[in-house]
Design a binder for this molecule. Structure first.
Ligand code: BTN
Length: 246
């Protein structure tokens, strides 16, 4: 079998691996992975920042330029979450789940955040940037994050070799993307098996209105099947902001 060549760039320090890709997209090949020990300006969703001390956690982004994958863009963040779950489980972590559309949880705490950005020119998506931060060896969080975030170390009391984890995760992401390209949606079976929100009642903001929502399964088109006031509805990425236990 032909060995897959992983295109990788690694920085000791960079502003943000996702920003690097956006600045250099022209010279980067499809599925190039950019990682860093430290980001001086890492960002998360909803304008939040993503902070991590140097060499404590895994932070990387990859670029998708292949039109076949860009077309499947709604699958990319959930399948990256599935690849992360598979990798965390393969390193012995238990109770790993996926919080639709793109976080990975252990018990009730977040261990991985995923940020999908699409960059368009002339009304057409040119490329996607998927940025992933996995909390691996961080030993403590500040007061605010403490109740919401966890890491491999905090769950197992063991540190992990970040490079070994990275190699395994890149391999798992590439495998799932290959499957997506040939319309194999097995990743959804895993996303549903480990669906953190399944059967939970959560508050969500739909069209600026706060509603109590009962979550059901993730649909074939990656939308989330829910009940709002007892009525069945499919929610799409970006349509919903969750507030659990509020
Ligand atoms: C979130 O949960 O809000 C998404 C967090 C994404 C963080 C990663 S770390 C690597 C990449 N570079 C960034 O600046 N952000 C993403």
């Amino acid at each position: 079998m032909k060995k897959k060549i992983v295109k990788e760039i690694h920085f000791k320090s960079v502003d943000s691996t996702s920003t690097y890709i956006k600045k250099h997209y022209e010279e980067l090949e499809n599925l190039t992975f950019v990682s860093a020990d430290y980001q001086s300006n890492g960002h998360g969703r909803m304008g939040r920042s993503w902070k991590s001390k140097s060499g404590e956690n895994l932070m990387f982004s990859f670029i998708v330029k292949d039109p076949l994958l860009i077309k499947k863009f709604s699958s990319i963040s959930i399948s990256s979450a599935v690849a992360t779950l598979i990798t965390l489980k393969s390193f012995g972590l238990e109770n790993v789940t996926i919080k639709w559309p793109n976080d990975v949880y252990v018990n009730d705490k977040k261990i991985t955040g995923i940020l999908l950005e699409s960059i368009s020119l002339d009304n057409e998506i040119k490329f996607l940037v998927i940025g992933i931060g996995v909390n691996l060896n961080v030993k403590s969080f500040d007061e605010i994050l403490k109740t919401k975030a966890t890491s491999y170390y905090l769950e197992t009391n063991k540190t992990i070799d970040i490079n070994m984890f990275k190699t395994e995760l890149f391999k798992n992401i590439l495998n799932i993307l290959e499957q997506i390209k040939i319309n194999n949606d097995d990743y959804l079976v895993i996303a549903n098996k480990y669906n953190y929100l399944y059967n939970k009642e959560v508050y969500g903001e739909i069209n600026n209105e706060k509603k109590l929502i009962k979550v059901l399964e993730i649909n074939k088109d990656n939308s989330l099947h829910v009940l709002v006031d007892g009525v069945s509805k499919d929610l799409y990425y970006g349509e919903l902001t969750f507030h659990i236990n509020e």
